[in-house]
Design a protein around this ligand. Sequence first.
Ligand SMILES: Cc1cc2nc3c(=O)[nH]c(=O)nc-3n(C[C@H](O)[C@H](O)[C@H](O)COP(=O)(O)O)c2cc1C
Length: 327
Amino acid sequence: MLTDAQVRKGIAAAIKAPSLHNTQPWLFTPTGDSVLVRADVSRWLRHEDPLGRELMLSCGGAVRHLVLGLRVQGLEVRCDLLPHPTSDPEQVAVVTVVGRRPPTRRDLQLHAAAWERHTDRSAFENRPVPSDVLDQLRGMAETDGAFLDVLSADDVLELAVLTERAEALLQCEPVLRTEQARWVSTGDQPPEGLPGHALPEHGAHRGSPVRLRDFLAAPTGPAADPDRDPPVVEHPVLVVLGTRDDDRSAWLTAGWAVSGVLLTLTSLGLVASPLTQALEVAGLRSRMRTSLRLQGSPQMVLRLGYPRGPGSPQAGRRALDDVLCRS
Ligand SMILES: Cc1cc2nc3c(=O)[nH]c(=O)nc-3n(C[C@H](O)[C@H](O)[C@H](O)COP(=O)(O)O)c2cc1C
């Protein structure tokens, strides 16, 4: 039997996972020696994410964090993804305690990183990311059943074009923008959605090869200010995480793998931000796969590097009791 304290410690880690626009689309139901993770479909962005791919990715990350939160307590766990794929597709995983086992050093490192990790949308330091770090991330993704492609300069250019196109298309969809607006806050520490301090500046006053998502886009952009200094130029590493298959199970696996990559980056002192606009337009997503010669179906694009400063705090989270359901 899992105790209440063990469950709460596990879920405390789970809710630190990243999610699309900080929607936190997950619910946890403990029963006996297991915790059932459900997708909270009331938080599903059905226009932006019609297949529920990013919903599953977000839940996959939460499942990984939950497993870490239990393992660091000396519990050995088994994780069954999609236990009832047809009769109850909202059940994304059952995590069951199957014994006791001291946590590994890696478990402890990744678990500690869950409290530090945050999406960093500010310009990165111009310092190269060592190749052994990229190899470590690649290896980690492969162990988790995914692929990690590090983009060459030519590929970055291709991605920049696809992202620019996606951003333009997404901005022209009023339904989608209304849906997204619910998750963009002007307050600094809302319990869900994107806090004001974490948003990239509107109008992208920055020099980056790939355009960040413009959460504050106005129908007409601001006029250029001639008195302003030119933007800081950054040279981030861009990686695409993909999976062989492209179904709900693969999307959960991708979320699990993305979390591993992000937590590893944090533990090494690096930061990242997802850039998923081009993945949200079906035609651009499939073009990405062929034009970047990716190993699998693209599931996540990450911009990564070293932070220039302390960065912004992690976005807020819903209270643990709001996501903990009693059976
Ligand atoms: C599937 C998915 C897609 C995301 N897409 C973007 C994106 O396009 N642009 C962005 O700035 N952040 C993106 N994010 C990051 C989330 O906004 C972020 O995880 C969330 O606001 C919580 O903040 P935190 O990562 O600081 O905890 C994405 C996250 C996930 C899981």
